[in-house]
Design a binder for this molecule. Structure first.
Ligand SMILES: NC(=O)C1=CN([C@@H]2O[C@H](COP(=O)(O)OP(=O)(O)OC[C@H]3O[C@@H](n4cnc5c(N)ncnc54)[C@H](OP(=O)(O)O)[C@@H]3O)[C@@H](O)[C@H]2O)C=CC1
Ligand SMILES: O=CC(=O)O
Length: 286
């Protein structure tokens, strides 16, 4: 089966590569065309526009940065809507808000196509390993109910994740300032010697990101600008539903500060530099 793939960023490239590895014929498109070359070398065909990809493929998947990118690829000239129709499906796996997802769903359905919103939880490595958790909603996949629920669930998950990342950063700083070793804090959360989660709050994210944060290494798996976008969208969802979220609001401020310091394209764990700079530890500057 020919599958279309729009958006070959950190996640899209890994996901499209996995489709090729598993025997699918894949036609790819990316706004910056050069990023298609690596996939072409693995056997993908390169489409000239989102519309040309959709015209060729029964199913087209999108993995784009944010709501404005997701809308542009569908509604702009040469976009998905020009070719979607009966017998074709469009699956948007980007993290967006429910309103964006609903707008795309309605437009696709009006043209006779099928739509699935399917944001993912996981990051670069799970994407490479085919281990992403897919939060699907829409035609034929009513795991979360009506369109919009997949987007909302994803935002709730990432809101929790963004707050946890700030909390870990503060914990590392507090350990440092209190005369404790931050590395020992990580060891308490996950014992490297016995390879076991020791604390009730141990989790894969702390295990993965903690060591690289202590090295000041922020090679992007999940870019900080996208984490801040998700906090922003989650806070808007909170506004809509009158849910007070002071912890998330504070975490969002730290991510915004990190963006203002030019850390938007670094991994989201780079928020640690902001927390350090706010007086959490000696080293301070990004
Ligand atoms: N990285 C992660 O750990 C995870 C990310 N996500 C979500 O997945 C999505 C993609 O993330 P990721 O791959 O990390 O992001 P990247 O920034 O690496 O990639 C973003 C992609 O969107 C494209 N794009 C951006 N703006 C536009 C536009 N206006 N028109 C067309 N294409 C556009 C980029 O094209 P170009 O190359 O031309 O810039 C690129 O292909 C985001 O919604 C993110 O929140 C979800 C789970 C995990
Ligand atoms: O959206 C990001 C993730 O790690 O999941």
């Amino acid at each position: 089966m020919e599958v279309g793939f729009l958006g070959l960023g950190i996640m899209g490239k890994a996901m499209a590569t996995n489709l090729l590895r598993h025997g699918f014929r894949v036609t790819v498109w990316n706004r910056t065309l050069a990023k298609c070359q690596e996939l072409a070398a693995l056997g993908a065909t390169v489409g000239e526009t989102p519309a040309s990809v959709v015209s060729k493929c029964r199913y087209t998947i999108a993995m784009l940065s944010d709501p404005s990118a997701a809308l542009s690829v569908v509604f702009d000239k040469d976009g998905v809507l020009e070719q979607i129709g009966s017998g074709k499906g469009y699956v948007d796996m980007s993290t967006v808000d429910a309103a964006t997802s609903t707008k795309i769903s309605e437009a696709v359905k009006q043209k006779g196509g099928a739509f699935l919103e399917a944001p993912v939880s996981g990051s670069k490595k799970p994407a490479e390993d085919g281990q992403l958790v897919i939060l699907a909603a829409g035609d034929k996949s009513f795991f979360l109910g009506e369109i919009g629920n997949g987007a909302k669930m994803k935002l709730v998950v990432n809101m929790v994740m963004g707050s946890m990342m700030n909390s870990l950063s503060e914990g590392l700083c507090l350990a440092d300032k209190s005369g404790l070793s931050p590395q020992t804090l990580l060891d308490v959360l996950y014992s490297l010697t016995i390879k076991k989660d020791l604390g009730a709050i141990a989790n894969p994210m702390f295990k993965l990101k903690g060591p690289t944060m202590l090295q000041g290494s922020y090679s992007p798996a999940f870019p900080l600008k996208h984490q801040q976008k998700d906090m922003r969208l989650a806070l808007a969802l909170g506004d809509e539903n009158a849910v007070a979220m002071p912890v998330s609001a504070a975490a969002n401020e730290a991510f915004k500060k990190a963006r203002s310091l030019g850390l938007g394209d670094q991994d989201f764990s780079a928020v640690y530099e902001v927390v350090k700079g706010a007086g959490g530890s000696g080293s301070g500057q990004p």
